[in-house]
Design a binder for this molecule. Structure first.
Ligand code: DHB
Length: 308
């Protein structure tokens, strides 16, 4: 039994895509929708469609990935339209819309539009895109997070969560948790890519934008994902569910994120490498591991990390 709950929403599995991978358009979302995944999240939607950064802008390595996509997406209206179709076809399946602003006054307009739409799933506000040239990662500015969430929660009363970048300092964990705990958030998704790494092939950067710098994903970042899930689980209001994302390659990785407190697990780099069939494999491997350990439900081990 891999069922899980976020807010009032029920899911029949505990793995889904991480935003950015296999979620650009209707066809990609449809492939994830008909896989073993619990649900999908869309590519992060901005008010207007964007082309994103020049190519090459993503590269896979044996240990993970680097990307500086620059938020290419088909615009909020497109994703709201596609979500309306999925919600009509699957009335009982909750979906996630990812969105963000590239300008401070975007947030009011984005959430006014979402509030006026028929969308009744969960919104993941991406506060952690590392790749828009000249724009900082919002969630490293705690004052900005508080201002944006004050504005957004004044406009939007549906199920809302945020996607966070990794934090690396215990005081920063306390500061972000103190801000997030002031708002009626249903979930936090942690972590986004580790920003501004560099991958070199021969003597050349693997990607072109930002002098070769980009967000690191995959196996490289699993320890940071585990630490962020674990620490935020200890600091956030218990009503805030956690989506753990970062470095999942096999069922054991899913298990460890849940052991740190995750209620749902996101898969991005490995989904890019393997395609949507990854969800059936991860589900099988997690079920096998739980059988071996005698666990029947996720709640039998969620958050139960032992520390010697
Ligand atoms: C992009 C990358 C991210 O890690 C993210 O959260 C949003 C957007 C991108 O470059 O498109």
């Amino acid at each position: 039994d891999l069922t899980t709950t976020i807010g009032d929403f029920h899911f029949d599995n505990t793995v889904m895509n991480g935003a950015g991978v296999w979620c650009f358009d209707r066809d990609e979302l449809s492939a994830v929708d008909s896989s073993a995944a619990a649900t999908f999240v869309t590519k992060t939607a901005t008010l207007q469609a964007r082309q994103g950064n020049p190519e090459p802008r993503m590269a896979a390595t044996s240990l993970g990935s680097i990307n500086s996509m620059g938020l290419p997406n088909k615009g909020l209206d497109y994703y709201l339209g596609v979500l309306a179709e999925f919600e009509n076809t699957h009335p009982d399946k909750p979906y996630f819309l990812s969105t963000t602003g590239t300008d401070p006054d975007d947030f009011g307009r984005l959430f006014t539009k979402i509030a006026q739409s028929n969308f009744h799933g969960l919104v993941e506000l991406n506060l952690s895109c590392p790749n828009v040239v000249g724009k900082p990662q919002i969630a490293y500015d705690f004052g900005a997070v508080e201002r944006i969430l004050t504005q957004v929660t004044g406009i939007y009363h549906g199920a809302l969560g945020v996607k966070l970048p990794p934090y690396f300092d215990l005081v920063h964990f306390q500061e972000i948790a103190a801000v997030l705990n002031k708002f009626p958030l249903v979930f936090v998704n942690t972590i986004n890519s580790v920003g501004n790494g560099l991958v070199i092939k021969d003597e050349t950067a693997a990607i072109a934008p930002k002098g070769g710098l980009g967000g690191i994903g995959g196996g490289y970042i699993k320890p940071m994902a585990l630490a962020n899930v674990r620490t935020l689980r200890q600091l956030l209001n218990p009503s805030i569910r956690i989506i753990g994302t970062g470095g999942v390659q096999n069922g054991r990785d899913v298990f460890e994120l849940i052991l740190c407190g995750a209620d749902m697990v996101g898969v991005a780099t490995q989904l890019g490498k393997e395609g949507p069939k990854v969800f059936a494999r991860l589900t099988q491997e997690l079920n096998d591991l739980m059988d071996e350990k005698g666990y029947r439900r996720l709640s039998d081990f969620r958050g139960n990390l032992q520390v010697p």
